[in-house]
Design a protein. Structure first.
Length: 202
């Protein structure tokens, strides 16, 4: 059964759209890779949709995907944009004869469960219910510093371990990490998660 999502979901290409549309009942639009940045009418449409329904950007976890994501966020009011991230998974999509440049599966290669989990973490509004979660105190950059995920000798290594353990991409920008974590955990839950896996040690 498809899940009904209020926000408009933005993906890179037609195969990504097919994968997301197979598990979501909602509006899914493609950027045609970097093509959207030469399409003023489509960008204007995205701005209008963002104001009315909100957008979720769901691009691949490679360099190109993050570049598209970053440019879109610079062209659309960030208050109306949520970011969904797929994990780094090595592999090749069935329709392709060779691996991608970075050897990672894109959105089209993800399972239904992974895609829905990514949307859930991003804070998607599932209009068919069942995913409501009380919002707790947000996780801050200072929390990450206190826990040793930034500003320390081994911070980058610890941060990579944290992201890998949560199935999040290694390219996730440091400034985006607190927001993504806050969508996954309450502040207290995050501290418990780190303590239980000894990630809170300096």
């Amino acid at each position: 059964m498809k899940r009904r999502v209020r926000e408009v979901i933005i993906v890179e290409g037609v195969y990504d759209k097919a994968a997301v549309s197979a598990c979501v009942d909602g509006v899914v639009l493609e950027t045609s890779g970097f093509g959207i940045f030469n399409d003023a009418e489509k960008l204007q449409l995205l701005r209008r949709l963002a104001e009315k329904r909100g957008l979720i950007i769901l691009t691949d976890s490679d360099g190109a995907g993050f570049m598209i994501r970053g440019k879109l966020r610079g062209m659309i009011d960030p208050a109306n944009v949520k970011n969904a991230y797929i994990p780094d998974v090595a592999g090749r999509e069935r329709r392709k004869s060779a691996n991608s440049k970075e050897g990672k599966l894109g959105v089209e290669g993800m399972t239904r469960g992974v895609l829905l989990a990514a949307l859930r973490r991003a804070g998607a509004t599932f209009e068919d219910g069942g995913d409501a979660r009380p919002v707790g105190e947000s996780i801050t950059k200072y929390d990450l510093y206190r826990l040793g995920f930034s500003g320390g000798v081994r911070s980058a290594q610890k941060r990579r371990a944290l992201l890998a353990g949560l199935g999040l991409p290694e390219r996730l920008p440091p400034n985006s990490i607190p927001g993504v974590l806050s969508a996954l955990f309450s502040r207290g839950e995050f501290f418990e998660y780190c303590a239980g896996r000894e990630l809170s040690r300096p």
